[in-house]
Design a binder for this molecule. Structure first.
Ligand code: CU
Ligand code: ZN
Length: 199
């Protein structure tokens, strides 16, 4: 880059030096830009996008007609859970995220037990000891329609223990919020895997 230039003590000599200095500065700036672009591209390729919304479409298990949808939206440090489930008998029904997003079996058993990445006891959604998947109960009206909306402080949308890919189960009986490890909520009326939704 630097050429050996004998500098005569005149204006021409100073111009040669200035010109080389400019070229050098340009090369340094260009190199830094290339480096920055490279690092930026690497960061974009290594980090998956943050999930802010997810949905589970709830389908009946064999012999049932329970169906609906559950959405999960990141709101600050909480996950806002919104559910509408139809085709229920009036009253309370256990409502959980189970370990597997596998609704392929006729009775919902392929969804496994309650989603419990932190190794806790079964409990109410507001309890200190609870499974991440413990959403308590949904309560159906006389028309068999249940609506639920609450902010969950435990479940996570991203990182280790995230709910994405796990399965929502609606039960035949009420969750008593204390019997281990299932809340004694009975059979599985409906199942839906939690998938990433468009924000
Ligand atoms: Cu369950
Ligand atoms: Zn549980």
């Amino acid at each position: 880059m630097w050429r050996a230039v004998r500098l005569p003590p005149n204006h021409e000599g100073r111009f040669v030096l200035k010109n080389n200095t400019l070229k050098m500065s340009f090369a340094v700036v260009a190199s830094l830009l290339v480096l920055w672009a490279g690092l930026r591209a690497a960061a974009q390729h290594s980090a998956p996008p943050e999930v802010t919304k997810a949905v589970a479409v709830i389908q009946p298990t064999e012999g049932n007609k329970v169906h609906g949808a559950v959405t999960f939206i990141q709101v600050g440090g909480n996950v806002k859970v919104t559910a509408q489930i139809e085709g229920l008998t009036p009253g309370k029904h256990g409502f959980h995220i189970h370990e597997f997003g596998d609704c392929s079996s006729k009775d919902g058993s392929a969804a496994g037990s309650h989603f419990n990445p932190a190794g806790m006891q079964h409990g109410a959604p507001e309890a200190a000891q609870r499974h991440a998947g413990d959403m308590g109960n949904i309560e159906a009206n006389q028309e068999g329609v249940a609506r639920l909306e609450y902010n969950d402080p435990v479940m996570k949308m991203n990182g280790a223990g995230a709910i994405i890919g796990h399965g929502v189960i609606v039960h035949a009986k009420a969750d008593d919020l204390k019997t281990q490890p299932t809340g004694d909520a009975g059979g599985r009326l409906a199942c839906g895997a939690i998938g990433v939704a468009k924000p």
